[in-house]
Design a protein around this ligand. Structure first.
Ligand code: F6R
Length: 254
């Protein structure tokens, strides 16, 4: 994992084009291997992707009946049916609208009484699967987080409870009608778990992600930009819209 690779980078005009590209890549993966294992993110960036996947399923263009999904993270503690839980999010945007078997849907349990025990359980789930395609999005501002691996996360980190960075909390409060409902922590896949995928799509859209994109793809690979660890993976494809790519210079990407 100490080798450094130059990721393939695709820059598209709009977030809509990014969503189409990502959805088409997922559909192609599932066509090639109907029993694919996918790592899935939540948040604002992938909502359009889930919309396109749902539409493709409704049109009979793709069958999710044999895939397995492993989500990146979940707030902890949070009731499963809280509208801002990632379990609710996945139900609303994807699982409730397609045919992924319930037994194949994996997400940390925000209702588990002990975060350490839940992290151990989720680690076992991850270790029992070989991920074919990981969809990974970039955290807000200067966090450069992937999953909820905030600054300071090690390249060999595994599933665990983490405290959310202030910037993450500020950014994600938009999903909570009552700000006092927002947990201060989460259970997340570790950086090493994310890097274990065979192929990774790293996706960012919007001007507000431009600094993080540049920091993640150029400069030092270090724990103060956990997304920079993606450059240790030999098969990462970065998909950006133009605003997210706006601070990248072609000679700055290593
Ligand atoms: C969510 C997750 C986070 C978000 C990231 C970006 O499962 O793992 O890393 O993907 O915070 O969120 P948005 O897309 O809302 O900017």
């Amino acid at each position: 994992m100490s080798e450094i690779h130059k990721p393939q980078i695709t820059i598209l005009e709009t977030p809509g084009k990014v969503e189409e590209y990502v959805a088409d890549t997922v559909i192609e993966q599932v066509h090639q291997a109907p029993d694919s294992v996918l790592t899935l993110p939540t948040g604002g960036t992938p909502i359009g992707v889930y919309g396109l996947l749902t539409a493709a399923h409704a049109a009979g263009r793709v069958d999710f009946g044999n895939i397995t999904t492993i989500n990146l993270d979940e707030y902890w503690p949070i009731p499963r049916n809280h509208p801002a839980s990632y379990a609710s999010y996945m139900e609303r945007h994807f699982f409730g609208r397609v045919n992924v078997p319930t037994a194949n849907q994996h997400i940390p349990n925000g209702e588990a009484p002990y975060s350490e025990a839940e992290a151990r359980r989720y680690q076992e789930v991850i270790d029992a699967h070989a991920v074919d395609l990981g969809l990974i999005t970039l955290g807000p501002g200067k966090t450069c987080h992937i999953g909820f691996n905030e600054r300071g996360s090690a390249v060999d980190s595994r599933v665990r409870y983490v405290s959310l960075d202030d910037e993450t909390t500020q950014a994600n409060l938009r999903f909570f009608d009552d700000p006092s409902d927002m947990p201060i922590g989460a259970i997340t896949q570790g950086v090493a778990d994310i890097l274990a995928a065979r192929h990774i799509l790293f996706v960012a859209t919007g001007k507000h992600k431009a600094w993080g994109v540049r920091r993640s793809l150029s400069g030092e690979i270090s724990a103060d930009a956990p997304a920079s660890f993606l450059r240790h993976h030999p098969n990462v494809h970065v998909i950006l819209d133009q605003p997210a790519a706006s601070l990248l210079r072609s000679d700055s990407v290593i």
